[in-house]
Design a protein around this ligand. Structure first.
Ligand SMILES: Nc1ncnc2c1ncn2[C@@H]1O[C@H](COP(=O)(O)OP(=O)(O)OP(=O)(O)O)[C@@H](O)[C@H]1O
Length: 488
């Protein structure tokens, strides 16, 4: 019977009176904030979807573009109780019909959605803003986890050429299936690497406290086909990071390199594969390098007439070191740099010193524990399935080290035999290993890979011990590699 204005005024007065005497306070988080979207609303929605899936009976479901995960949402007037630092927060999802006469420049959804947070007045200092920060952080993490990750690459001249489009990287969904479980490597070494990655990802407070940039460098070295790329994919899948595959030969200047770095996101792995082949990286010192210490003028600089085609390749080792280590390397956080090489002995010690490449990981020939993982991957052979006292098993264990075969070659043999009975497939592998051992003995240490790649015994020794192979004995990096490999 009351006119709407009076009804509104009466409700407001009653609500205020109620709030004055209530021991609770309420926060409304609406979907839109004036004309713009309220990011907090979407973060709360995602945050609550974690517990909504088990607690509520009537749920809305959604799946975003590029996402492989479903998100649960609360239906109208559904409530959910959450706890934060021992205190209780009650959430209610409120959906009301928007009044027809509401005017807006852009079409608004017919429903008006909001979350109402109810907390005890005494808990207010505890919740605001810490609880809201916690919600935002959790939602960001959930969003990242549910979103399919991306593999970025810089194509020819992208840092300059694509600049007009504002983004120097091109991306595709990252779908590499390699994980630490499928990676053929000694389990203890794998555990070490996983623990290191976990420490890094959870180390925000540590890096802040110690004043270190939140980044870490890994050098993967070893012959071709030993799983360096597979390791990078396993790292990315383990941490849920995007991968930036940096093609160094496509970058002309140090400033281009910096631009590329600035356009990478946090929580990413920046990879430079085959770093020894990418560029001459021993041109750091003044004697060796006639390269100017400053970048040449940029072709985009209107004051300098430089033909872009004539721009020399002037990316230097110091440019690369600044990229990983200098001030610019800190323009994002939580980033991992991975360099790979088949020839660690060719790298400048400056690149290897600790702090730049924190962990040196030797990806070596297939060991017996690694072989067991490959047999599980390709033949489905579980531990204890083959008699460990059998000649077959003992033969594999004895031959694998001397055969010096890469996991890639073992994989090929197992793929070819995967439809056979497991003992028959293992016996076939043993035959191949024995033949390789025989051949190696005859050839006096030459190791032939299945794809016709030949790795000299000398070269192999160089990977294990750079000093022995006549590498610059002053190279601290070389010693570190040996020490790190021994530690692993
Ligand atoms: N350690 C490993 N664990 C599991 N699979 C492996 C391993 N090493 C090699 N492979 C298999 O061999 C193939 C080639 O491996 P990968 O590309 O990772 O080697 P790489 O060391 O990066 O080689 P390159 O130096 O030539 O780039 C992969 O498809 C993978 O299936």
């Amino acid at each position: 019977l009351l006119p709407p204005e009076l009804r509104f005024a009466a409700t407001t007065v009653l609500q205020r009176a109620f709030l004055c005497f209530s021991s609770y306070c309420y926060y409304d988080i609406t979907e839109t904030d004036g004309m713009s979207t309220n990011e907090l609303y979407h973060s709360v929605q995602l945050y609550l979807s974690r517990s909504a899936s088990v607690a509520a009976t009537h749920l809305s479901l959604s799946r975003g573009l590029n996402s492989s995960a479903f998100t649960f949402g609360l239906s109208s007037h559904d409530r959910l109780v959450d706890t934060f630092r021992g205190a209780t927060a009650t959430w209610e999802h409120v959906v009301t019909q928007r009044q027809a006469q509401t005017f807006s420049w852009r079409p608004l959804p017919e429903e008006k959605r909001s979350f109402t947070l109810r907390i005890k007045k005494k808990d207010k200092p505890l919740f605001v803003p810490a609880y809201l920060d916690h919600i935002m952080d959790t939602a960001t993490e959930l969003r990242r986890r549910s979103q399919d990750r991306l593999l970025y690459t810089n194509s020819r001249g992208s840092a300059g050429g694509m600049e007009s489009r504002g983004f120097p990287w091109e991306s595709v969904p990252f779908k590499h299936p390699s994980t630490f479980e499928t990676l053929a490597m000694d389990p203890e070494r794998k555990q070490l690497i996983m623990a290191d990655l976990r420490d890094f990802a959870e180390g925000k407070a540590f890096y802040e406290k110690t004043g270190r940039a939140w980044k870490r460098g890994y050098l993967l070295y070893g012959p071709p086909g030993t799983g360096k790329s597979s390791m990078i994919a396993a790292m990315a899948n383990f941490l849920g990071y995007d991968v930036y595959d940096l093609e160094l030969t496509e970058v002309s200047t140090n400033s281009e390199l910096r631009k590329l770095l600035m356009k990478t996101t946090s929580k990413s792995i920046i990879v430079i594969e085959d770093i020894d082949c990418s560029i001459n990286l021993t041109n750091r010192g003044p004697k060796k390098s006639p390269t100017p210490l400053i970048d040449p003028p940029s072709p985009e600089d209107p004051n300098v007439a430089v033909a872009p085609a004539a721009a020399p390749k002037t990316i230097t080792l110091s440019g690369l070191l600044n990229f990983t280590d200098g001030l610019w390397s800190c323009c994002g956080s939580e980033r991992i740099f991975v360099f790979t090489t088949n020839h660690v002995e060719k790298l400048d010690s400056a690149l290897l010193r600790s702090g730049r490449m924190d962990m040196h990981i030797l990806m070596g020939y297939c060991s017996f524990p690694a072989l067991k993982i490959l047999m599980k991957n390709y033949l489905g052979l579980e531990d204890g399935e083959l008699d460990e006292k059998s000649d077959l098993w003992a033969g594999l264990a004895a031959a694998i080290d001397e055969a010096e075969i890469t996991p890639a070659d073992v994989s090929e043999i197992l793929i070819k035999n995967r439809r056979r009975e497991k003992p028959a497939a293992a016996a076939e592998l043993l035959e191949v290993l024995k033949a390789r051992v025989e051949k190696r003995r005859k050839e006096g240490g030459k190791i032939s890979s299945g794809e016709g790649v030949e790795v000299e015994e000398e070269e192999k020794r160089a990977l294990d011990s750079p000093k022995e192979s006549g590498q610059d004995t002053e190279s601290d990096g070389g010693k570190e590699v040996v020490a790190a490999a021994a530690a692993l």
